[in-house]
Write a protein that binds this ligand. Structure first.
Ligand SMILES: NC(=O)C1=CN([C@@H]2O[C@H](COP(=O)(O)OP(=O)(O)OC[C@H]3O[C@@H](n4cnc5c(N)ncnc54)[C@H](OP(=O)(O)O)[C@@H]3O)[C@@H](O)[C@H]2O)[C@@H](O)CC1
Ligand SMILES: Nc1ncnc2c1ncn2[C@@H]1O[C@H](COP(=O)(O)OP(=O)(O)O)[C@@H](O)[C@H]1O
Ligand SMILES: [K+]
Length: 499
């Protein structure tokens, strides 16, 4: 996907884009209708019985234009529960009627369809659907035919990915002009089906600067010279593994090794943990003093750390580590409870990476997990700005954001990853890529992509999402990483920045 096709534009910038296009004489709705009709002809060739659901806004206008363009060789019905409310949608309705099209306001009166095209609500949905609309969504959902959503499945918030009372799950979503983040995060993936972007051929001069993008990996910079040794690939220290939680630190350590760090040490808070018999390559030692950490090693603190006074002391001292630093799990819980630690984190010359799941993010933001999940993008932006970090908000549709507010959204991953220890694997993987010289933004993005894609590989191979253990994710990630290390030897000598 070309970079500009990954662009994510906020609602305000999108409205300005629309206005500027109109001023430049571009009829975006006509382009949208034509592109939708073209897509439908290609994927659902005539003859067929099509049912368009046309709402009162411009989403309904798109539907009416496409319906008109398909009148000649499809059997077209249009369900229009309310008259159009915008000038553009009203014009689209007039053209449709003038071309001989029919409108119906009662869904049950319409003949059975072979394909439903959902143009009821688009990016302009601005409040939860009431009981009446929820019943209409349920009636559409009961139709025994495939569905294609225009821009966004009706009832799904295009920006936040939350269901607004009820939403119509579809097989395909045709995103218009640009992708909307709500298609891929929170509830988005459960409703959007396969998403395709119709760019509407907008002249590049009119395209605004993006506020974010869909995450893409760039792992080629991790290619290795023959003339290298373990010292070339950095050192990682994992700090955690208190009594009863040693497994978390071991998983993070194994991930750091599996993803290519040259040397990995686990500093366990539990003196009894001294060897990983399955991975004896891991060095395990108690953390006597943080001054034993080398300035250039990568430190990941949190997996199994616990929240004891000792853990708090270690965290306070590790925040001064001059090298790359990652905070996860209990390190984040300790941070949430102590504004002085937060201040220390903000003052770091080199921004740390934090990897909260939604409940940890909620503690850091002093709000509820529901609030985080209702607007995951706002939450990750607030975290990054408040703490001066590269924040990774995990979960369905992981989001990454730096203090400048620019964000990346991972479209890969699935519920196979919803199992204990997967977060520890992610932390260790980010640490491994940092140790191999990637900057914080690249390391976090590439590791999130590898982890999520390993989940997708498992889903495809196993035929379903159940049974992926955190440990078993590692060989899948390793394989994906090795397969991405392509490119010419020339590139090794002229490394470009990864993003
Ligand atoms: N951006 C672009 O450049 C392009 C945009 N295009 C298309 O325009 C679409 C956006 O159009 P839009 O802004 O007119 O809003 P849309 O989604 O049709 O619906 C809003 C309507 O529903 C109403 N309403 C809202 N919530 C409600 C609720 N809970 N319950 C009940 N009613 C509710 C709201 O009215 P309200 O009651 O708020 O006054 C309004 O009438 C976009 O998705 C894409 O398809 C393309 O043509 C080309 C390029
Ligand atoms: N439904 C899902 N879709 C995509 N990714 C998921 C899903 N559930 C979990 N994950 C991923 O799995 C990891 C789980 O991390 P976390 O909740 O910290 O687990 P743990 O604390 O058990 O290690 C995160 O990277 C998260 O993004
Ligand atoms: K829609």
């Amino acid at each position: 996907m070309p970079a500009n096709e990954r662009a994510l534009i906020d609602a305000t910038a999108l409205r300005q884009w629309e206005q500027q296009a109109a001023q430049a004489g571009l009829d975006l709705m006509a382009r949208a209708g034509a592109a939708i009709a073209h897509w439908l002809r290609l994927h659902y060739p005539p003859p067929r019985r099509l049912l368009f659901a046309a709402g009162s806004g411009n989403n309904g206008g798109d539907a009416l234009i496409a319906a008109r363009l398909l009148l000649s060789d499809y059997a077209v019905s249009v369900w229009q529960p309310q008259p159009p409310a915008t000038a553009a949608a009203q014009a689209a309705e007039q053209q449709y009627l003038a071309a001989g099209g029919r409108l119906d306001s009662t869904l049950s009166a319409l003949p059975p369809a072979e394909l439903l095209i959902d143009g009821l609500f688009g990016a302009g949905l601005n409040r939860p659907l009431d009981a009446g609309w929820q019943a209409q969504i349920a009636a559409l959902d009961a139709l025994p035919c495939p569905r294609v959503a225009l821009d966004v499945p009706s009832g799904l918030d295009a920006w936040r990915g939350c269901v607004q009372g009820a939403a119509l799950p579809v097989d395909h979503t045709l995103a218009l002009l640009c992708h909307k983040p709500g298609l891929f995060t929170a509830d988005g993936r459960d409703y959007s089906g396969r998403v395709e972007l119709l760019t509407l051929d907008c002249p590049p001069a009119l395209v605004p600067a993006a506020q974010g993008e869909l995450l893409a990996a760039n792992l080629a910079p991790l290619r290795r010279r023959h003339n290298s040794n373990k010292g070339s690939f950095g050192s990682v220290s994992i700090i955690g593994g208190c009594a009863g939680m040693g497994g978390a630190a071991l998983l993070a350590g194994r991930a750091a090794l599996a993803l290519g760090a040259g040397k990995v040490r686990i500093h366990s808070l539990d003196a009894r943990l001294s060897l990983d018999p399955l991975w004896p390559e891991l060095m395990i030692a108690p953390l006597g003093n943080t001054s034993s950490l080398a300035a250039d090693e990568v430190v990941a603190i949190g997996p199994g750390l616990g929240q004891s006074p000792q853990a708090h002391r270690i965290l306070a001292s590790v925040l001064a580590h001059p090298g790359a630093l990652l905070l996860d799990a209990d390190a984040l819980n300790l941070l949430a409870g102590d504004p002085a630690l937060q201040q220390q984190l903000r003052q770091r010359p080199r921004p740390a990476v934090i990897t909260p799941h939604p409940a940890e993010a909620a503690r850091l933001l002093a709000c509820s997990t529901t609030t985080v999940q209702q607007d995951r993008l706002a939450a990750v932006r607030r975290l990054a700005a408040k703490l001066g970090v590269i924040a990774v908000l995990k979960g369905a549709g992981s989001l990454l954001c730096g203090p400048d507010g620019y964000y990346r959204l991972c479209t890969a991953g699935n519920a196979a990853l919803a199992s204990a220890g997967q977060g520890d694997i992610l932390s260790g993987s980010i640490a491994a890529l940092l140790a191999q010289g990637q900057d914080e933004t690249s390391a976090a993005g590439n590791a999130v992509w590898l982890h999520a894609s390993a989940g997708d590989r498992y889903l495809a191979d196993a035929g379903g999402p159940i049974g992926l253990r955190a440990s078993s994710t590692l060989p899948l990630m390793q394989q994906l990483l090795n397969r991405q290390l392509t490119g010419s030897i020339h590139d090794l000598h002229h490394r470009k920045p990864p993003f």
